[in-house]
Design a protein around this ligand. Structure first.
Ligand code: GLY
Length: 334
């Protein structure tokens, strides 16, 4: 693994960058903290795993074990974590047990990235494979490409011997049948709670994202999750970000990349995530929309931020000092 940026230099840039950007670079927007749960410390030391939503707790535990066992790079630990909700039918927005498209077919999206050399891989609209995140890893490690879609992604997954399975659980089939009986059948816009994981080990970032996407989406619809820069991004020199919520907004704003670039310019994880989230909200409101978008970011100093356009976002953090803890997200003030 190549060397990450010297922490002293990063701290210097963070101070001067934020000062140079000045308050005017940040939208006038305050955050509301949910009560009843603990806020994360200002900064974590050492190894770290963070992920979106409460099902991130079990994913983080698996990612943490993988980190402790000495994987060659933290991206493999992030993927190990992502495989947990992919296999869990109780998670209704990821992998087996996730929601199908408007024709009742499961189409899954995933991506992975490493922060030392920006190697990355993704799959979109993948059908019939248990672990899209593992296929994304193989795209990264065994092809010269970054993103494989649909039939080609499936052929590649089969050629690499990935586990095939029927992904439509009985519960998901029942949800789909109920949706079909409705007179009007808009896809439920806020039903896509992607898992995104960030792993940090000795200055090296890894990232993984996996989802079944927008429930009852148009067949062929691809969200942000497999798209590097939209659903996730990491760079050892700047930080990491993963996104959950309405993927179309993340794609429009190249959201994860935008957050990482703000951190490269010297903003903390929280400042960067709030700046980008406020821009996203301003633009969807200009289209008379309201929707859920959440950004989870980690800066190179171990600062963690989970911010959302709505209430109820949670994120899971696992480190040596605290073990696994679920934290409430902060949301933008109305
Ligand atoms: N964020 C997941 C999706 O929109 O597909």
């Amino acid at each position: 693994m190549s060397r990450p940026l010297d922490p002293e230099r990063r701290r210097f840039l963070r101070g001067t960058g934020a000062a140079l950007l000045g308050a005017s670079a940040l939208p006038a927007c305050s955050l509301v903290t949910q009560r009843g749960n603990s806020s994360p410390p200002e900064r974590f030391e050492g190894r770290l795993v963070v992920s979106t939503w409460n099902f991130g707790m079990a994913a983080n535990a698996a990612a943490w074990s993988a980190l402790q066992s000495g994987v060659p790079h933290p991206v493999y630990a992030a993927a190990a974590g992502a495989r947990v909700p992919e296999a869990d039918p109780a998670v209704t927005s990821v992998g087996y047990g996730g929601s199908p498209n408007a024709k009742g077919v499961m189409e899954l999206d995933a991506c992975v990235m490493r922060g030392d050399n920006l190697a990355c891989g993704g799959v979109a609209g993948l059908r019939g494979f248990a672990h899209p995140v593992s296929v994304a890893l193989d795209v990264m490690d065994h092809t010269p490409h970054v993103l494989l879609v649909g039939e080609g992604a499936g052929e590649f997954a089969a050629s690499r011997g990935h586990e095939q399975r029927d992904l439509l659980s009985a519960e998901a089939a029942a949800r789909y049948a109920k949706w079909q009986t409705k007179q009007e059948r808009p896809a439920p816009i806020d039903d896509h709670d992607t898992i995104g994981l960030i792993t940090l080990d000795n200055g090296h970032f890894g990232m993984a994202v996996t989802t079944s996407g927008w429930a009852f989406k148009l067949p062929g619809r691809v969200g942000d999750s497999p798209i590097i820069g939209a659903g996730g991004y990491c760079d050892n020199e700047a930080g990491a970000c993963v996104a959950t919520g309405t993927g179309e907004e993340m794609i429009r704003h190249v959201a994860a990349f935008a957050v990482v670039e703000q951190m490269r310019n010297g903003l903390s994880a929280k400042q960067a995530a709030v700046a980008v989230l406020a821009r996203i909200r301003r633009n969807f409101r200009a289209r008379d929309m309201n929707t859920m978008v959440a950004l989870l970011a980690v800066d190179t100093s171990g600062g963690v931020a989970g911010v959302c356009t709505t209430k109820n976002f949670e994120f899971a953090v696992h480190d040596e000092d605290h073990g696994g803890v679920l934290h409430p997200g902060e949301h933008l003030a109305p």
